[in-house]
Design a protein around this ligand. Structure first.
Ligand code: NAP
Length: 279
């Protein structure tokens, strides 16, 4: 297939690598010429440039820009593409994006490849980023079956685990397991930096090891992405954060009251529940 990628960054570049390795012809379009040149040199794309007309021969276009640019770029894209072209996006939030785009393009399907790193930009693109990771396709009443089939085949070629969901359920679910963790992890880092005793802070930074690495990773990522999550999945994120604050309050109460039984019961539950989320 001729596959277009709009927005050559971590996700767009990584998709380019893997789709090329499956024999597809990958056309990249990005904002900056320098990014396009880097993408060609890295081997993420067969050709690239800043002109959206490069997509005129594309069978499918993946919109991989930052979330806030997905809908404006879609509006521009549909004035240049033939009706047969499939459009999909990779945005981490789905309901507002799908609501804005699906009514305007028959062959549209929202998607979310759930893989990433702490880095961003074309230099961060890597091969096999999506292998064994979830890829959610968000269906609506109007999503054509033929489009679902094409996307399902591409997702399988990426080596991802395919899931289907409504856009709304996707956003609620990712709020719990993807967006809430970013803000929990960021708050952890910020709380540690609140240590006023310089020598203690310095020692803590030297002693930080695997536990801190695991729990701080997503809070130390791309700030732009975190702000986008909060802006675009605001309602679901607020519910998750309020629930989390309640959990913290319960933990503080138990420790203040030296209620070790309650604390142990909670930690026994969480030990039992963790495998329900991660193997
Ligand atoms: P990124 O590394 O910052 O890449 C985004 C790229 O989009 C930039 O490199 C930029 O290229 C390009 N771009 C920005 N504005 C543009 C415009 N107006 N026109 C054309 N290209 C433009 O971000 P990312 O992490 O790949 O995220 C991209 C999308 O993937 C987001 O919608 C995000 O929600 C979704 N996503 C991210 C992750 C993750 O963990 N990072 C995971 C799943 C999904 P230039 O260098 O040319 O400016």
């Amino acid at each position: 297939m001729n596959i277009g990628i709009l927005g050559l960054g971590l996700i767009g570049g990584s998709l380019g690598f893997d789709l090329r390795s499956q024999g597809h012809y990958v056309i990249g379009v990005s904002r900056r010429s320098s990014t396009c040149e880097t993408a060609i040199a890295m081997g993420c794309v067969d050709t690239a440039g800043i002109d959206i007309n490069l997509f005129k021969t594309a069978d499918i276009v993946f919109i991989c820009t930052p979330i806030g640019m997905i809908v404006p770029k879609f509006a521009e894209l549909i004035t240049h593409l033939p009706e047969t072209c499939i459009i999909t996006d990779v945005g981490s939030v789905k309901a507002p994006v799908v609501e804005a785009m699906a009514p305007h393009w028959q062959n549209f399907i929202g998607g979310h490849p759930m893989a990433g790193t702490a880095d961003s930009g074309i230099e961060a693109a890597q091969r096999n980023l999506f292998v064994d990771r979830p890829y959610v396709l968000t269906l609506t009443n109007t999503t054509p079956q033929s489009v679902v089939e094409v996307m399902a085949e591409l997702v399988s070629q990426l080596g991802s685990k395919l899931y289907y969901s409504s856009p709304e359920n996707h956003d609620l679910a990712v709020s719990w397991i993807s967006h809430l963790p970013v803000f929990v992890s960021a708050s952890l880092i910020a709380a540690c930096m609140g240590e006023r005793e310089g020598q203690v802070l310095e020692l803590a930074q030297k002693l930080a090891s695997s536990g801190f690495w695991d729990t701080s990773r997503v809070g130390g990522g791309n700030p732009e992405l975190g702000v986008m999550m909060a802006q675009h999945n605001r309602q679901a994120l607020l519910v998750s954060l309020q629930n989390y604050r309640q959990q913290l309050d319960e933990t503080i109460d138990a420790i203040e009251q030296e209620d070790w039984q309650a604390l142990e019961a909670k930690l026994t539950d969480t030990q039992k529940w963790r495998p329900l989320f991660v193997e």
